[in-house]
Design a protein around this ligand. Structure first.
Ligand SMILES: Nc1ncnc2c1ncn2[C@@H]1O[C@H](COP(=O)(O)OP(=O)(O)OP(=O)(O)O)[C@@H](O)[C@H]1O
Ligand SMILES: [Mg+2]
Length: 177
């Protein structure tokens, strides 16, 4: 059995530090000698750009290509889509195509576990997989929660943020059930 830990960085509130945490925690874990994969599950592609890929639209195979292939029952090569960064982390990148995938996921069979199917293919090669979410509670977020062993929720100590946290924790317990 794989010892890999899949951690989701999640909060439907925007700008709370999900991407910043994904990059810094990921690179920190890699510097300690762990094999780390970062997954950009946000169509804003901040994580992909933060790692220096300035033209995500030119990347031929991204998370949305992989997830679409899984939905179409095609054979998928997740490992081949992973970019290797100088800081010692792997990156499964995204581009704007991911925003269209959210709608197509709605009618897919086992729509909650498409991302999990992809991650399961490469889990054995990593100690940690970190997934950077988009700020939403949509189908992609549900996919990331279903694929994760644990969730890190960066947040600001504000009243409305705390109310938002209740919604997120409700989604987490639904997915767990
Ligand atoms: N610990 C911190 N202290 C101060 N500023 C921070 C910290 N973490 C992140 N920031 C800043 O906050 C801003 C938003 O961070 P980030 O992009 O990581 O948030 P996010 O949750 O990924 O946003 P989004 O929901 O849009 O994806 C950035 O400008 C970042 O530099
Ligand atoms: Mg972000």
């Amino acid at each position: 059995m794989s010892n890999c830990k899949v951690i989701a960085l999640s909060n439907q509130k925007g700008g709370v530090g999900k991407t910043t945490t994904a990059v810094n925690l990921g690179v920190g874990l890699a510097k300690q000698g762990n094999k780390v994969l970062l997954i950009d599950a946000d169509a804003q592609v901040n994580l992909t750009m933060a790692l220096g890929y300035a033209k995500p639209d030119d990347i031929p195979v991204t998370l949305s290509t992989i997830m679409q292939d899984i939905m179409d029952d095609k054979s998928v090569g997740v490992q081949g889509a992973i970019l290797h960064h100088n800081e010692g982390v792997g990156l499964l990148p995204s581009n704007i195509e991911l925003s269209g995938l959210e709608v197509r996921l709605i009618n897919a069979i086992s729509r909650e576990s498409v991302l999990k199917t992809g991650i399961n293919q490469v889990k054995k090669n990593y100690d940690y997989v970190l997934i950077d979410f988009m700020p939403s509670l949509g189908m992609l977020t549900i996919n990331a929660l279903a694929a994760a062993d644990s969730v890190v929720i960066p947040k600001q100590p504000h009243y409305l943020s705390a109310k938002g946290l209740e919604l997120l924790l409700r989604s987490v317990s639904k997915v767990r059930r």
